[in-house]
Design a protein around this ligand. Structure first.
Ligand SMILES: C=C(O[C@@H]1C=C(C(=O)O)C=C[C@H]1O)C(=O)O
Length: 96
C-alpha cells in the first residue's frame, strides 16, 4: 500500500464513523417522530405543522451558515426528512 492509499483509507475510516453517527441520529429522530405521529393521531392533530417547519428551517439555515455548511443544502436535507415524517404521520392517522 502506498502512503497515498493509507491516507485515503484513514480519511475513509473517519467518513465511515461519521456516516454511522448520521444513521444513528436519523434513527433516533424517526423514533421520536413516530411517537409524535401516534400522539397526533390520538388527539386529532394534523400530520403537518407548516409554522413549526418554517421556524426549524430558519433556525437550521442560520446554524448551517455559522458552521460553514451550505444553507440551501441544509434546507433541502431537512425538507426531505420532514416530508418523510409527514408521510409517516399520514399513514399512522389513516391506519387508525
Ligand atoms: C414532528 C412533527 O411533525 C411534522 C414533522 C416535523 C419534523 O420532522 O420536524 C415538523 C413539523 C411537522 O410538520 C411536529 O409537529 O413536531
Amino acid at each position: 500500500m502506498t502512503t497515498a492509499d493509507a491516507q485515503l483509507a484513514a480519511f475513509r475510516r473517519s467518513i465511515d464513523n461519521i456516516d454511522a453517527a448520521l444513521i444513528h441520529i436519523l434513527a433516533e429522530r424517526f423514533r421520536i417522530t413516530q411517537a409524535v405521529g401516534e400522539y397526533k393521531a390520538e388527539h386529532d392533530l394534523p400530520p403537518a405543522d407548516p409554522a413549526r417547519e418554517e421556524r426549524q428551517i430558519t433556525r437550521l439555515r442560520a446554524l448551517a451558515t455559522e458552521s460553514g455548511l451550505d444553507p440551501e443544502f441544509s434546507e433541502k436535507f431537512l425538507r426531505f426528512v420532514i416530508d418523510e415524517v409527514i408521510h409517516h404521520h399520514e399513514r399512522i392517522r389513516d391506519a387508525d
